[in-house]
Every structure is written in C-alpha cells, then in structure tokens.
Design a protein around this ligand. Structure first.
Ligand SMILES: [Cu+2]
Length: 448
C-alpha cells in the first residue's frame, strides 16, 4: 500500500457547461490541476481532502469503494456533512480496485451534477497498456431538482386547472399493469458533460483496443449502452470482473458501471458509444475516432425509444471471482414498495417500514429484494460488494456488484459477507425515490 504522491485535494466547485447552446451553472468535483474526479492505481492509499468551496453544505460519497464506515461520506450516517468553506479528510486503502465514482449524498445535489469518476486502475489493466476511456453519463434538466421533486409529489392531473401540469415533466402510466419507465422528461443527457451536438471525440489506434469505463451517474435514468453495428466485450460490472460477455447492447442502470473492451476493426470507421435513455428517444455519447476517420453527426434524439432496462443480460453474467461457497447465515426480506399517489416510496425490512437491516460481523447475509411496484429500483448497498445469486427463483453464480436493478414484479437475491462493521446506507439509487423514502440502513450489532 503506497500513498501515490501523498494527499490529493478534491474541490467541490461550481462550473459552467453548455447545453443546447446555453450556459448552465452546475456543481462539479475537480483537483487543483483541473483534473475531474480521481484516478488511482490498485494498491494505492485513498488519501484525499475534500474542500467545499460551494455556498451550500455538501460532501462526497465514494461509490463502490468499501471504506471504514465513518469515511463513507453519507451525511449524518457516516459523519457530519461538510459546511461551506470547510474540508474533510479521508484515508483508507482504495479497495476494491475498479471503476468507481463519487457523488454528493446530500439532498438532491447529484442532480446538479455533483459527481465525478473515481477509478482505481486494476494492476492487469495497467500492465496491459491498453487505452482507457472514462465516460460519466448524466441526466440534465433546466428545472431545479427541488422543483422536479415537488412536481412528482403533486397529485396526478385529475382535471386540475393547472396549465403547467402537462409541462411538469411528469409521465405517469394510466394503465396499472404497465411499468413506468421514467418519471422525469429530461432536457438532455450528457456524456462527460457534453451533448451529441458537440460530443467528445477520442483518438484511437486504427486497429487498437480500448477499455471503456462507463459510469451511469444520472439521477433517475437507466441507460442502454449501444455500440451500434460493433460488438464489445463486457469485462466488469460495477468495477468487478465478470466472465467476458460479447454484445452490442449493455444495460446500465442508475449508478451502475460497465467496463467494455472495444476492438477497432482496422477499417478506419469511427465507433460511437451511445447511452440511450430507457423509454426515451434522447441519447448521449462519445465517438472513438481512428486516425483520419470521418465523423458523422449523431442526433441527440434517436428514431426509436431506448430499450427497457431489465435483467436479461444480468442473468447471463458470471462473476470472474465469485464469493467463496458458504451457507447463508441470515436472510433479510426487503420489500420495495410505494405509491405513485403522493409519490411515496419505502423499503420495509421484515415488513417494518423504517427499520434497519441488522447483521452481525462474520455472517454470510442474503438480501431478498421483492419489487411490488411498477417502477424498477436500482438498489445500492454501501460498504460491501454483493453477489447476485437468484433472479425470480432462478439461481445463478451472478455478478459481484454494489448496485442491482430490481425491475417490477421481480425478486432478486444477493449475498455478501458481513466484514465491514458500522452503519451503512442501503437505498434505491433513483434520486427521487430515495428522497421520497426508499432509504434504510444496514447496521451491525455491537460494532465499534
Ligand atoms: Cu427506486
């Protein structure tokens, strides 16, 4: 474990981006050098000071790293948030290696783009010498997050004299059997802060290999990564290696990551890497450009809606390094419930709304998540990496993850080893579901 050049500084700042030809002021995370987010090597110490230069209270959570619980960056659970002008220090082994990310866990700041990549490069990725491209996908609205949430909480437009309702961005399925794919009609999707009007173009070798590290940092949009006519090989999900899987489409739920190897065919064609919004025509992306390749304009709206994001690919995934075989010591039922009326969500544990999940150190724990609602929930447990073991009663030696999508009328089982004592956030990573109640904690008995 070495210190990688000592303490790094990450600044919470405001910055300007351009969306649709207009300037937008949003939050961001940059080092004094201007680098966005943080890249470390496997074996490094995570030695960071976060400086809050914003006018608001904030903080950062290290999504996918498993630090001691006091350094997890969830305000009031891990520790105090960071007041304006103040800073906080973090020091722990940067584990596990892989594609992680960082974001504010304070209020709705994530929707204001207070998020950045956090990459701990695997030793074999470093040794390979392969080109890497990190892409953070986000959803963007000109409407403030508070207003978006307030609109979601308004009762449905039962003949109300509210001219604004149609524009409110709320889409609700009137058919109770039909899933709701998304609640908010975003104005844009961003790939590394850019829309397809002016996408990032990455120069690549004509017949080279590129490792994409894709991060769905959106607040409430599930994406499908679309390589078009090209195929990629999925190397890891949520930063954890899987048995390689070839495909052209890769579902990427909110907060999830996918590392995809793209092999340029040597035909000199540019390869777009698109993130298509679920049930929306809107899309974002970057372009891989071999020397001399022509770049065609890619529309921000595709001709057809992005695919429904489900578990068809998930069920095929196999962890490259599964958890050791072991009997489950404790199985915890978690219902994902809610009501679109008033937009209330919850995740009762053992049928008790508001109760934490409790575990003891050393246990093999199973979470049984059953979704009774008509929306999919990307469920994230802090401080642990879990393995997906069952989807609708089909047993698999599935992927190791920190965030699993639980679609409507689906039961997913995951297991993990209770080896990181403390109090941990456990919640839906759809920001508005979380803000509206789909949040609990996982608590170790007798931890110190
Ligand atoms: Cu949810």
């Amino acid at each position: 474990m070495h210190a990688a050049g000592g303490q790094k500084v990450l600044r919470l700042q405001t910055r300007q981006i351009e969306v649709g030809g207009k300037a937008a002021t949003r939050y961001g995370v940059t080092q004094p050098s201007g680098a966005v987010g943080l890249t470390l090597d496997e074996g490094d110490l995570f030695d960071v000071r976060v400086e809050n230069t914003l006018k608001v209270t904030s903080g950062l959570h290290w999504h996918g790293l498993n630090p001691p619980w006091q350094q997890d960056g969830v305000p009031y659970i891990s520790g105090p948030p960071i007041a304006p002008g103040q800073s906080a220090a973090y020091k722990f082994p940067a584990l596990p290696a892989g594609t992680r990310w960082m974001h504010s866990h304070f209020g709705l700041q994530e929707q204001d783009l207070l998020a950045a990549p956090l990459i701990v490069r695997e030793t074999d990725a470093i040794r390979s010498g392969r080109q890497e491209v990190v892409v953070l996908f986000e959803d963007f609205s000109w409407t403030s997050p508070d207003a978006l949430l307030a609109r979601l909480r308004q009762p449905p437009s039962g003949g109300m004299a509210m001219g604004g309702m149609a524009m409110s961005g709320m889409k609700m399925s009137m058919d109770p059997a039909k899933p709701d794919l998304n609640d908010i009609q975003y104005d844009a999707y961003l790939a590394n802060d850019r829309t397809l009007a002016d996408p990032q173009v990455v120069d690549v070798e004509r017949a080279g290999d590129v490792r994409l590290r894709l991060i769905n940092g959106s607040a409430s949009t599930n994406f499908t990564i679309d390589l078009g006519a090209d195929e990629g090989t999925l190397l890891s999900v949520d930063g954890n290696p899987v048995e390689p899987l070839k495909a052209s489409l890769f579902p990427l739920a909110i907060a999830q990551r996918a590392d995809i190897l793209v092999r340029l065919l040597g035909d000199g064609r540019a390869v777009p890497v698109l993130a298509r919004g679920e049930g929306r025509t809107l899309q974002a992306g970057i372009v891989l450009r071999p020397r001399g390749a022509a770049i065609a304009k890619i529309p921000a709206e595709s001709a057809i809606d992005g695919p429904v994001v489900g578990l068809k690919q998930e069920i095929l995934l196999r962890a490259a390094q599964p958890l050791p075989a072991r009997r489950v010591d404790r199985s915890i039922p978690v219902s994902l419930t809610g009501s679109m009326m008033g937009y209330n969500w919850s995740m009762p544990v053992h049928d008790m709304t508001g109760a934490p999940a409790t575990v003891a150190r050393g246990e093999r724990v199973e979470l049984v998540m059953r979704n009774d609602t008509m929306m999919a929930h990307p469920m994230h447990l802090h401080g642990h990496s879990f393995q997906v073991t069952e989807i609708n009663e089909r047993k698999i030696a599935g992927a190791i993850r920190d965030c699993i999508l639980v679609p409507p009328r689906t039961t997913v089982k995951v297991v993990f080893d209770a080896d990181n004592p403390g109090i941990w956030a456990y919640h839906c990573h759809n920001l508005y579901h979380m803000a509206a109640g789909m949040f609990t904690t996982l608590v170790y008995r007798d931890f110190t």
